[in-house]
Ligand binder design. Structure first.
Ligand code: NAP
Length: 313
């Protein structure tokens, strides 16, 4: 009989899930990929079993989780769209939690977001807050990990800021850009999740990188790294959203949502004074990738439209 522990990762071929899965495999563990994209190319050469999401059928989902000791949940949808919504993502996640309990999963490591709060006026932060509360009253051993923003080869936000800096002569900040952001490297996030998976006690932990930038500082740092002299101009959030919508229409993606702008400006991707949980500095990482960072636009909707392709890096 195998001595490996079985772990389930939602989106194991996606962004966070891929780094997390690599770490679990490196530790000699077995991993099941729970996914809505069964045709996504497998970066692990068949070492990971594949089980489709069964959000419409809790019993089938529980069946898919049989034998799993730890469930790592990265499942979420970034925004509301014709094909997906936060409301549905909350409902689906609750089915996943119930299925985990029915299958005898011992621990859930759930990814949330900094400052999640059921009372938040921002739908994505309130939806994440509702899920945190649900998990905390669920009676199952759990860890809630709250990243601010993730960076890494396949990320969207940092890459697409770099993409815009490469292409446009000026860069529009939302407001004065004085609100903060604490990006964590995706592999530091993965390491934290593996560590949290080994505990038994219930935890709630922020996932923050070692650098705390104002948004203006972050954009200026990326411009400097890329060798692009760009004027950073302050736009009202309305004008900023209008410009972002226009870019989104031109490239066929959600460039940035109104809620992402207002959430960022409300300092929700920032936890002042909280200790860093990652060690990789975005500024060093960006410098190492200065030739490739932002060369290709990373499209959220393309990842959904064509789920037979890997996430571009
Ligand atoms: N990326 C960031 O900067 C950031 C910042 C703060 C918090 N987070 C949180 O970190 C977690 C992981 O994020 P990630 O960027 O690593 O995500 P990801 O790999 O792109 O996706 C994670 C999972 O969610 C599913 N998913 C994503 N968008 C979906 C959609 N529109 N419809 C249906 N399923 C969808 C994926 O499905 P498939 O298996 O079908 O691909 C996958 O199982 C999420 O909870 C996210 O809210 C991320």
């Amino acid at each position: 009989m195998s001595s490996k522990t079985l772990h389930a990762v939602t989106g194991a071929f996606g962004f966070t899930g891929k780094y997390l899965t690599q770490r679990l495999l490196d530790e000699g563990e077995a991993v099941v990929n729970l996914t809505g994209s069964p045709k996504r190319p497998d970066p692990f050469n068949g070492r990971v079993a594949l089980r489709p999401f069964q959000f419409h059928d809790a019993a089938a989902m529980a069946e898919a989780l049989q034998g799993v000791r730890v469930l790592y949940n990265t499942y979420w949808v970034r925004c509301n769209h014709t094909d997906f919504s936060h409301v549905r993502a909350v409902r689906n996640t609750l089915v996943l939690f119930e299925a985990a309990r029915a299958a005898g999963v011992e621990r859930i490591v759930h990814v949330s977001i900094t400052n999640a709060d059921p009372a938040s006026p921002f739908e994505s932060f309130s939806a994440k807050g509702q899920l945190e509360k649900a998990l905390q009253s669920f009676g199952l051993s759990h860890a809630i990990v709250r990243p601010a923003v993730l960076f890494g080869p396949e990320d969207i936000l940092i890459n697409n800021i770099a993409w815009a800096l490469r292409r446009f002569p000026v860069f529009g900040l939302f407001g004065d850009g004085s609100y903060h952001i604490q990006p964590i490297h995706v592999d530091d996030m993965a390491a934290l999740m593996v560590e949290q998976g080994k505990l038994r006690e219930n935890t709630l932990i922020n996932a923050l990188g070692p650098e705390d930038f104002s948004y203006r500082e972050l954009v200026a740092m990326l411009a400097e790294v890329l060798g692009k002299k760009r004027r950073l101009i302050a736009l009202s959030p309305k004008v900023g959203y209008f410009a972002a919508t226009l870019i989104g229409k031109l490239i066929g993606d959600v460039f940035v949502t109104q809620e992402e702008i207002t959430g960022l400006m409300a300092d929700l991707l920032h936890v002042p004074g909280a200790p860093a949980t990652g060690t990789t500095r975005l500024s060093d990482w960006a410098r190492d990738r200065r030739d490739s960072l932002g060369r290709i636009y990373h499209s959220e909707l393309d990842r959904r439209r064509d789920s037979s392709r890997p996430y571009s890096a």
